[in-house]
Design a binder for this molecule. Structure first.
Ligand SMILES: *Cc1c(COP(=O)(O)O)cnc(C)c1O
Length: 213
């Protein structure tokens, strides 16, 4: 199956209300261009250096999403062009994004990353921290919190996955309308389940571009 075939297949399964982020980390610009030439415009990367380099060499109408852990000292490199940051996991990071967005005369859309998996992870807020972060964020005029992002456990156990997606969805629907635009959950192995559980943005790498090395 080619990249175009895979894209076509996935887009046929998902509805128009679900945004497909093609996760292009570790993929060549040629691979990305194949998806681009099929009309795809939304790509996700997880490393700042790779993201910045690709954004410089690829067409300017691509919407780039940051989906990996973001260090505060690297925000300045992506602030001029990033269209959505999925991985805000501290208020300090949100403040820095706000500062750099202001310097670039932009308002940057952000998602708060929530830790929903069983595995221990350094990244992501606990669900019960979200309200406080949103409350504190009102003074930051150059960022907009548009919703939540979560990564489920690395497991085949559908009951477990479902439980984690449901938790995140429940929190999402309790947010006020202005923060309730994007629910980013679901990857190659679990996106169908994630959509059943209310996701409207999926991040797909290997199901489009093939297995990663
Ligand atoms: C790599 C990655 C994905 C895509 O994973 P696949 O299993 O290849 O679809 C999605 N989200 C994040 C945060 C990732 O780092």
């Amino acid at each position: 199956m080619s990249i175009s075939d895979n894209l076509y297949k996935i887009k046929k399964i998902i509805s128009n209300s679900v945004t497909l982020v093609a996760v292009s980390k570790n993929r060549s610009t040629l691979n990305i261009l194949e998806a681009y030439n099929n009309g795809h415009r939304v790509f996700g990367e997880n490393k700042v250096q790779e993201l910045t380099k690709k954004s410089e060499s690829l067409p300017k109408d691509i919407n780039w999403h940051m989906i990996g852990h973001l260090q505060t000292n690297k925000v300045k490199f992506i602030a001029p062009f990033i269209s959505l940051i999925h991985t805000v996991d501290s208020f300090k990071l949100l403040k820095e994004i706000n500062k750099r967005a202001y310097q670039n005369n932009r308002i940057i859309d952000c998602l708060l990353q929530v830790h929903i998996a069983q595995e221990k992870s350094k990244f992501g807020f606990n669900i019960d921290e979200i309200d406080n972060v949103i409350e504190k964020s009102y003074i930051l005029k150059n960022v907009k919190i548009r919703g939540l992002m979560g990564m489920a456990s690395y497991t085949e156990n559908k009951t477990q996955l479902k439980k984690e997606f449901k938790n995140l969805k429940k929190k999402f629907y309790k947010l006020s309308k202005e923060h309730q635009t994007i629910l980013s959950m679901g990857m190659s192995n679990d996106y169908k389940l994630a959509i059943q559980e209310g996701s409207n943005m999926i991040r797909i790498g290997s199901a489009i571009f093939g297995k990663r090395n």
